[in-house]
Write a protein that binds this ligand. Structure first.
Ligand code: F6P
Ligand code: MN
Length: 357
């Protein structure tokens, strides 16, 4: 069995030894923090991990107890890591400089400590998402502006899925590795072991994931794409599609990593000033790097997610990612100035009929 550090050393064999050391140490520290989050999550009500905390984050969202417990685990781990100059979290309004390593650490970390928190009490899979960026201006504590880097600058990204098994899926820009938390000898001696080397997302798929309750708010290219999938064998795609929606992005992306598929949280007209629901820096960008490293594609409809430069820390973006052939098709629908769909064709499907103006 190959453990995390050995697997990362092999994966990073072509990197400068200093880069190797810094990344392996940092990822190990974060992996330990996530093992701890998984342990708390698995204890559920026994660890007082269910329910609302009675507080709100800076984006006005109510926080769950587990959001805060997970954030504490990550923050404690990053504070102790000499390579990390600062971090930004979904649960913090502003980026925070490391109290001890703010001026010296070569890395910045951005994270969503607990993704899919609406699923906590239902005991459905949840996760943690993280992105590691270079800290370019050393000698000064990092502030929000230092984090505003496009996703293609990430040196590593990953997620941990707290499901029936606890999995960590990582990229250091040399493909995608999957680790499983081996707790068979007890939690005290739990270790991450490599269980899949080089994930590859099939380029074609017949499965999509979208919150269909928002259908009336979608823009035309998305209406067209989904209507064509739902029309199945009798529609223009001439094949049947399957649909899934877990409401935990980590679980949706992991399903795509294992068997292909498309995940869409598109821009919609509910709140025009908020382009989408998911956050660029700690949801969209790290997932985009992972998906791209596995041979898939990740866009906002017209541009690659990895090319977007954030304006603010908690910026929201439309997210469309997964099997490459389908994402190419969706980008083409967005680019087509005459995009239209013969809604008459699909009128019989009640969920997906064209919204009345
Ligand atoms: O973090 C945001 C998130 O919980 C994602 O994990 C998930 O994909 C999405 O929101 C679920 O959104 P909705 O509540 O609209 O189904
Ligand atoms: Mn999230």
């Amino acid at each position: 069995m190959i453990e995390l550090e050995a697997a990362l050393a092999a994966n990073l064999a072509d990197a400068h030894p200093d880069v190797q050391r810094v990344l392996i140490d940092t990822l190990s520290v974060m992996a330990q923090a996530c093992a701890r989050i998984g342990e708390i999550a698995s204890q559920g009500m026994l660890a007082q991990a269910h329910g609302w905390a009675g507080t709100h984050n800076s984006q006005g969202e109510q926080q769950k107890r587990l959001d805060l417990l997970a954030d504490d685990c990550m923050r404690d781990a990053l504070t102790a890591c000499p390579h990390v100059a600062g971090w930004a979290s979904e649960e913090l309004e502003n980026a925070q400089a490391s109290p001890h390593h703010g001026q010296t650490g070569p890395l910045l970390v951005v994270y969503d400590p607990l993704d899919g928190s609406s699923n906590i009490e239902a005991n459905i899979s949840i996760g943690t998402i993280f992105s590691i960026l270079p800290h370019r201006y050393r000698g000064a504590n990092p502030g929000d502006a230092d984090f505003m880097q496009p996703g293609h600058q990430q040196v590593a990204a990953g997620y941990v899925l707290y499901g029936p098994a606890t999995l960590m899926v990582l990229t250091c820009r040399r493909g995608v590795l999957v680790f499983t938390l081996d707790k068979r000898a007890g939690m005290e001696s739990a270790r991450w072991v490599l269980t899949q080397d080089q994930v590859s997302i099939p380029i074609a798929t017949r499965e999509f994931a979208i919150n269909a309750s928002n259908q009336r708010f979608w823009e035309k290219p998305i209406q067209r794409y989904i209507a064509e999938c739902v029309a199945g064998e009798n529609g223009p795609r001439m094949k049947d599609f399957n649909m899934r929606w877990v409401a935990s992005m980590v679980a949706e992306v992991h399903r795509i990593m294992t068997r292909g598929g498309v995940f869409l949280y598109p821009r919609d007209t509910r709140e025009p000033i908020k382009p989408g629901r998911l956050r660029l820096m700690y949801e969209a960008a790290p997932m985009a790097l992972l998906v791209q490293e596995a041979g898939g594609r990740a866009v906002n409809g017209t541009s690659e997610l990895l090319d977007l430069i954030p304006d603010v820390l908690h910026q929201k973006v439309p997210v469309i990612l997964g099997s490459k052939d389908e994402i190419d098709r969706i980008v083409n629908y967005h680019a087509d100035p005459h995009e239209n769909v013969s809604w008459q064709l699909f009128k019989t499907r009640s969920l997906f009929v064209q919204p009345q103006a």
